[in-house]
Design a binder for this molecule. Structure first.
Ligand code: ZN
Ligand code: ZN
Length: 262
């Protein structure tokens, strides 16, 4: 079991504690999971109870060895390929996610992406590291590449959540990351309201590998925040392989699974 310290573990000075107490007095915070008042701002918006619930959402085998689709909630015996991977084998060599895109983890990812809680990366990126070592070792990946946003969306949001996760993961694993290798050349619709079929059509040819020399002959770890149908990572992995990557692995923080409460 690999342990990645999160910034929750960092010791705080008396001065820092006094500043936090003052800040709490004037800007009371609430837990983004359960909405209870938070005693300490340094919890990054999550109380201990909700943090434990996130850890409990961790995905464990049995799963599909190819796309990482978990089976435990259906009690389907051992790990085996899912029907989607049998019918349409993905271009990537394997995909894994840290936890179910559900409940507190879903709320945290939303807060991270849309509510300006960028500092949640300090809690979330270490969980990507845990999921990485569930399946791979350090020598399985030469470079980490985030799923890019279209430039217009990056401008609107102010940052790319996948790039922030990839940057922190790079520091934790000691594997370099490259933000500008994969580009999103089409401003696709948000996948959230589309059917499965529309999602695949929406992201077709959405990505290009702008710097083939950065991936040629290398094992690439492709990082994103959430995987749903896998349409986006299939398209992105295809572009990297076209650019000459030897192999592409996919790692996401959360996995949206049909039938799991959101
Ligand atoms: Zn809470
Ligand atoms: Zn599968």
């Amino acid at each position: 079991m690999v342990y990645f310290p999160t910034t929750r573990d960092a010791p705080r000075s008396g001065f820092r504690r006094a500043v936090d107490a003052l800040a709490n007095l004037f800007f009371p915070d609430e837990c983004l999971g359960c909405r209870l008042p938070l005693a300490r701002l340094q919890d990054r918006g999550l109380c201990d109870g909700c943090w434990q619930k996130i850890l409990a959402l961790r995905i464990r085998p049995p799963w599909c060895p190819s796309c990482g689709l978990p089976y435990q909630q259906w009690g389907e015996g051992g790990s085996h390929l899912c029907s989607e991977c049998i019918l349409r084998p993905p271009p990537y060599s394997g995909a894994r996610s840290f936890g179910f895109y559900s409940l507190e983890l879903r709320r945290s990812v939303h807060a991270f992406k849309f509510s300006g809680r960028r500092n949640l990366v300090g809690l979330l990126a270490p969980q990507l590291g845990v999921a990485f070592y569930d399946t791979w070792t350090r020598s399985d990946a030469d470079v980490i590449i985030p799923i890019p946003l279209h430039p217009s969306r990056t401008r609107a949001r102010g940052f790319n959540q996948s790039a922030l996760l990839a940057e922190h993961l790079s520091g934790l694993l000691g594997i370099p990351w490259s933000p500008n290798v994969l580009l999103r050349v089409r401003d696709t619709l948000p996948q959230v309201n589309l059917t499965d079929r529309e999602r695949f059509k929406n992201v077709r040819r959405a990505f290009v590998c702008a710097k083939p020399e950065a991936v040629a002959g290398k094992q690439v770890l492709l990082v994103d925040d959430v995987m749903t149908t896998g349409a986006t990572v299939r398209s992105a992995a295809g572009a990297l392989l076209k650019g000459g990557a030897h192999r592409v692995w996919v790692l996401t923080l959360a996995r949206a699974v049909p039938g799991v409460m959101t």
